[in-house]
Design a protein. Structure first.
Length: 119
């Protein structure tokens, strides 16, 4: 019997908008990141509402889920799925805001800046 080590999931607990995918691919190209790096999406304790979103580039860790969205490799610690399931990550590039934003259906409250939430 053949086993597959660390398969890439087809179900994605988070989604990326077309703008987010475009910006991530641009950043990967600019930073000349190797194939072992992917986009890490997660949460940390803290922030004015209790939890803060995290996003950046990293290598896969032991407790990570790995999935692919429109050619972007995404890593997320399995325990963060409870807080991020159904979350949409977008990239805004306008006069009033610039950067990645999170639309999280699990958030019961958010802070004014939108970078922290409670669930």
């Amino acid at each position: 019997m053949e086993t597959i080590a660390n398969p890439i999931q087809t179900f994605t607990p988070v989604t990326l908008t077309a703008n987010a995918v475009k910006e991530v691919k641009k950043l990967i190209s600019e930073k000349e990141l190797s194939e072992e790096f992917g986009l890490r999406v997660g949460v940390d304790g803290g922030g004015c509402s209790g939890m803060s979103y995290t996003i950046g580039f990293d290598k896969k860790q032991d407790k990570d889920q790995e999935f692919e969205i429109d050619g972007v490799k995404v890593f997320m610690n399995k325990s963060h799925g409870l807080y991020l399931l159904g979350t949409e990550v977008d990239f805004q590039d306008g006069l009033n805001s610039r950067g990645f934003t999170f639309n999280n259906p699990n958030a019961t409250s958010t802070c004014g800046c939108g970078s922290s939430f409670s669930a």
